[in-house]
Design a protein around this ligand. Structure first.
Ligand SMILES: [Zn+2]
Ligand SMILES: [Zn+2]
Length: 463
């Protein structure tokens, strides 16, 4: 008894609100159900709407049977007209109750067309447009007619309906349900390979293909190659006398050597090259190489032979660049590489010219005083045009200096990622403190620099 009392007290809210809404607007089962879409979720909106109308019509019948004919008639009338409810129409006809015949639902019909009726056409278009694209899973989206969305918002606000589902979410689910068996692939909410978007006002389907990501490490075996494409500064890439109409300052780049074959293999529209830091154009990258991630936009192919890709890249570079152990990875990894580059430990060897005479004992003292310290580096002169002028504090873990000739040192450096090693050697006119030059008390210049190892602070693979 307690439940019944409570329910009566709460005035059977769903029925009451539904009837009020139906008195004002013609609503199909689907849309009436959607207005209560977040109540009793393990069913469909159509089922919900039909059930509400059925209970209302049973109430009306019971009123008729106990003699409250006026109220019973008027509910039947509402259900038969705005409710478009077949059993109520039959009842109204039998009882000779007049009602207006409605055909267009206020919330899903526009210009005489119901949006849900467009789904089969959208499915057909989507199947056609995805034919040439490789994907394992998908998600659907839609652009709805703003007028219909507004109508629902207004109706819900006016009637205090707090549990309505949006038209878009309802539509997307229905579209997904019909599309899924046609595509034979699962819906994926987290990281779908493609998103199929149906634009209702334009009656058009767009396919958004998610990018794919390939991880690897590269070695740069010759000097003079920039990491990314470097356009001619004179013409900004348009082509001029200075660049011999190539539009470029340097003919090649690591990003292109790796990115172009990758984009080609996956039939993408573009690529982006993300690396864990960069070496200068004149610096070699040896050892096990520098971690990178290539992002391929709009790939029409998702399954590629990465061993073959590595082979193709290596074959195309004339021994300038080498990659190995390519593997597919996720977007977070590219982000992670960049963010953590400054935490890496990097090892370098350098050939250093010294302006003055040296002996071994000074070198021994210098390497000791430069090992295990934190240096302060103001943004170097040579990059100050593109980097903000700040002071960076960097760990120098180990410095080894060996005399090769009276004015020539071979140095090895183990430093924190982001350290400017050339300036750690020269001092950069006092911008880097301390430095090899300052410690030796003689001008020093880095003639040749090579990265020999990059150690990630944590495993650099994070799929
Ligand atoms: Zn409707
Ligand atoms: Zn130019």
């Amino acid at each position: 008894m307690k439940q019944v009392r409570e329910l009566t007290k709460e005035r059977q809210e769903v029925q009451e609100k539904a009837l009020k809404v139906l008195e004002e607007y013609p609503l199909c089962d689907h849309c009436l159900g959607r207005l209560f879409g977040w109540l009793s979720t393990a069913t469909t909106n159509k089922e919900r709407g039909h059930s509400i109308k059925l209970v209302l019509s049973m109430n009306a019948d019971s009123l008729l049977k106990c003699g409250k004919r006026d109220l019973g008639y008027s509910i039947i009338q509402t259900l038969a007209s705005n409710g478009m409810f077949e059993p109520a129409k039959a009842r109204a006809n039998a009882e000779s109750i007049d009602f207006e015949v409605r055909e267009e639902c206020h919330l899903c019909s526009f210009d005489g067309e119901c949006v849900f009726d467009k789904i089969p056409g959208a499915v057909e278009m989507a199947v056609k447009k995805t034919e040439e694209i490789e994907f394992e899973n998908f998600l659907v989206g839609s652009v709805q007619n703003p007028e219909l969305e507004e109508r629902q918002d207004e109706l819900c606000a006016a009637h205090g309906l707090l549990h309505a589902e949006t038209l878009k979410s309802d539509f997307n689910r229905e579209l997904g349900k019909q599309l899924q068996p046609m595509l034979g692939k699962p819906v994926e909410f987290g990281k779908p390979d493609i998103v199929i978007v149906y634009d209702v006002p334009h009656g058009d389907v767009r396919i958004q293909i998610s990018p794919l990501f390939v991880y690897g490490r590269y070695r740069k075996l010759v000097r003079g190659i920039p990491q990314s494409r470097w356009d001619c500064g004179k013409c900004d890439g348009k082509g001029c006398e200075v660049c011999n109409h190539t539009g470029r300052k340097y003919p090649d780049s690591i990003a292109e050597y790796i990115g172009n074959p990758t984009q080609f293999m996956f039939q993408g529209s573009r690529f982006k090259f993300h690396a864990a830091g960069r070496e200068d154009i004149d610096v070699l990258m040896l050892g096990s190489g520098r971690p990178f991630v290539v992002e391929v936009s709009e790939p029409r192919i998702r399954e590629g032979n990465l061993e073959q890709l590595a082979q193709r890249i290596n074959d195309s570079t004339d021994g300038k660049i080498e990659v190995d152990a390519l593997e597919s990875t996720a977007r977070d990894h590219a982000q992670w590489l960049k963010e953590n580059a400054a935490e890496n430990v990097k090892e370098y060897t350098a050939i250093i010219d010294v302006d003055g005479q040296l002996d071994e004992s000074i070198l021994g003292r210098a390497q000791n005083s430069l090992s295990g310290i934190v240096i302060e580096q103001r943004t170097p002169n040579r990059v100050s045009h593109r980097r903000s002028d700040i002071i960076r504090r960097k760990h120098v873990y180990e410095v080894r200096l060996r005399l090769v000739e009276p004015c020539l040192i071979e140095g090895s450096f183990k430093v924190q990622g982001g350290t400017y090693v050339k300036e750690l050697i020269s001092g950069d006119e006092g911008r880097t403190i301390p430095s090899v030059a300052e410690t030796l008390g003689l001008p020093c210049f880095c003639r040749e620099l090579t990265v020999t190892a990059i150690h990630s602070s944590t495993p650099d693979h994070n799929p």
